[in-house]
Design a protein around this ligand. Structure first.
Ligand code: ATP
Length: 234
């Protein structure tokens, strides 16, 4: 099977600071891959490099067989990459439905419509007429994921979806991601929450100080206590 996403040898800088060093990361269709690492390890920078928001100085990004290194993020979105950034960016003065409408991408059609998205996200359905700004952190996180699905992405990229959420909401999010997986959604996410990652991912890539230090299946990773202790907060 061919990868849907391949990032090869990414080297990314902020000004003169070299942040990513030869980062390799790949995703097969239908998989959930988790990029794990501590605060500041380089997870967000990896996703920004892939999305063309901070293009890498060296390295390649291949999405659906096409070279798209440094391609602007709106073009990546049109190609089917649905990015949910860490800072959520809900439009506060717009209703939940209006926020969802904004997730539509011209030319991209598929199983996700307003109806199917609301069916899949009962929490969002319940507050569909409320203003985005009045939602709780957990509801906002669900809304950003739901909004990304409105663009019928081939790959959903979630940057630290559990950040700042209460444990009970994290549990709801886990169920949601599992249900998206069973609906054959391909997901790349980043996490520091090791238990959450273990509950949803098929494969793991661990990053530390901008270097990939471990890649393996979740089954293998569970036995890697030394890797977990050294590179993640356990
Ligand atoms: P976090 O959980 O804090 O988001 P992360 O693993 O996503 O961590 P990055 O945000 O990718 O990490 O940061 C990687 C490194 O790049 C850190 O050392 C950070 O201080 C640095 N960095 C991030 N953004 C910038 C920037 N705009 N300018 C300079 N350095 C930056």
């Amino acid at each position: 099977m061919n990868y849907i996403l391949e990032a090869e040898g990414l080297n990314t800088f902020y000004g003169r600071s070299h942040i990513l060093f030869d980062v390799n990361l790949s995703v097969y269709p239908g998989e959930t891959v988790c990029l794990m690492g501590r605060n500041g390890a380089g997870k967000t920078t990896s996703f920004r490099s892939i999305m063309g928001l901070t293009p890498p100085k060296k390295g390649k990004v291949i999405f659906k067989g096409k070279q798209c290194t440094g391609m602007p993020s709106y073009k990546m979105a049109r190609m089917g990459m649905g990015f949910v950034p860490e800072d959520r960016r809900i439009f506060g003065p717009l209703t939940v439905r209006e926020n969802l409408e904004l997730g539509k991408i011209p030319g991209r059609k598929g199983r996700w419509t307003m109806e199917t998205v609301l069916e899949h996200f009962p929490t969002i359905e319940l507050c569909r007429d409320r203003l985005g700004g009045s939602l709780s952190g957990g509801e906002q996180q669900m809304l950003t994921i739901a909004r990304a699905l409105m663009g019928n992405p081939d790959l959903l990229v979630l940057d630290e979806p559990t950040e700042g959420l209460a444990p009970v909401i994290v549990a709801v999010l886990k169920e949601l991601i599992r249900s998206l997986k069973s609906a054959q959604t391909t997901i790349l996410l980043s996490e520091q929450n090791i238990r959450f990652a273990m509950g949803v991912s098929d494969r793991v890539v661990v990053i530390d100080k901008g270097h990939v230090v471990y890649t393996g299946t979740m089954e293998e990773f569970r036995k890697q206590e030394a890797v977990q202790k050294t590179y993640l907060a356990v």
